[in-house]
Design a protein around this ligand. Structure first.
Ligand code: HEM
Length: 329
């Protein structure tokens, strides 16, 4: 008798937030309460707001390189300083609660002491004093969590994207968007304005009470595991979208990735700002295909996706080849 020994799935696959619940995908105001664990065909995700995984040190090193090359990825309009401190305190506490053996936030008079054994960091800082932390509150926060961060101010009946640390944008630019209204930020997205998706989302966010936490997912595709796909660096990554479409099947399956963002939306208690966290996960088509249900579903989603959505997401050149590989190879 012969038996097949299947190699265990890697944590990258077992923890992957596979986003499709049906064989078609359309935009919607897809929000749900945060912290609810999701079981997938390969494992699960979503039990906590933050998630330190195997890519932690590598992704934080990438962020530092991107920021050094382009400091505008961290932009804070002056009135958002209290919101940055609020975000820092909230998320360092969150990390310490999640990993009590490795991390601790201790108060010491008007100072805090932050310890993160995973990075070998011990940092003392004074609450509210930007100069007491490397990078200020938002820069330091971005050196401890893998998520990109945007902070929105609520005034004059709108939300304004007035601060952020975004080094892993999927084809947009913080420098361009900072200071814009929520509606303007979403200006380039097809369909959502006519369908009222963005106006509804903004009304929902403006009604959030202090401490309320929601999440949603968003997805696109990318060539290779490149996190920084900001508009500013388009010349470095845009060309690969064309080249990969002509690559042999093996190369296509290893280089093309499904890129999923788990986005959290949290009303901060002290400042009243809305905290928007964007955590990016990627698996190659070859990895995805290790889970047969995902392979078929993503193939069908790609094949059915309307042209305007595929174009906006930058998939036009290779989505046919990707769907073929997933569904027929
Ligand atoms: C419930 C809340 C939200 C909904 C329903 C929503 C919806 C969407 C959708 C459908 C897209 C197109 C994504 C794609 O096809 O790849 C998008 C893109 C985007 N969203 Fe949101 N979003 C929400 C919250 C936010 C927040 C709080 C921000 C913070 C500023 C934000 C910033 C962006 C940006 C920068 C883009 C890319 C726009 C571009 O192409 O320039 N979103 N959003």
């Amino acid at each position: 008798m012969t038996s097949t020994v299947l190699s265990p799935l890697s944590p990258r696959i077992t923890g992957f937030p596979f986003p499709f619940r049906t064989d078609t995908y359309r935009y919607s105001t897809n929000v749900e309460p945060a912290r609810a664990p999701v079981v997938t065909e390969a494992g699960g995700w979503g039990g906590a707001i933050l998630d330190v995984d195997d890519e932690y040190a590598d992704e934080l090193a990438q962020r530092e390189r991107v920021l050094t090359a382009d400091p505008s990825r961290l932009t804070v309009l002056p009135h958002m300083r209290p919101a940055c401190w609020d975000a820092l305190r909230t998320l360092l506490r969150e990390l310490a609660d999640l990993y009590p053996d490795r991390m601790e936030l201790r108060r010491d008079g008007d100072h805090f002491v932050w310890r993160n054994d995973l990075l070998g960091v011990e940092q003392r800082f004074r609450d509210g004093d930007d100069d007491s932390l490397p990078g200020g509150p938002l820069g330091f926060l971005g050196s401890q969590i893998q998520d990109d961060i945007v902070l929105l101010d609520q005034r004059d009946g709108s939300l304004w994207a007035d601060a952020g640390l975004v080094t892993f944008a999927a084809d947009w630019s913080l420098r361009f968007d900072v200071g814009m209204r929520f509606l303007e930020v979403h200006g380039p997205v097809p369909r959502v304005h006519e369908e009222g998706v963005i106006a509804r989302a903004e009304r929902f966010l403006m009604r959030l009470e202090p401490g309320q936490e929601y999440r949603r997912t968003n997805w696109t595709m990318s060539v290779d595991r490149r996190l920084d796909q900001s508009t500013e660096t388009y010349p470095e990554w845009g060309r690969d979208r064309r080249l990969v479409a002509e690559a042999p099947a093996d190369e296509l399956a290893n280089r093309l990735h499904l890129r999923v963002e788990v986005q959290h939306l949290i009303r901060l208690g002290a400042s009243g700002a809305v905290l928007f966290l964007i955590r990016t996960y990627m698996v190659s088509l070859a990895e995805l295909a290790q889970v047969p249900a995902w392979r078929t579903r993503f193939g069908r989603v790609l094949a059915e996706l309307p042209d305007d959505m595929a174009e906006y997401k930058g998939l036009t050149r290779f989505r046919g080849a990707a769907a073929d590989w997933l569904l027929t190879s």
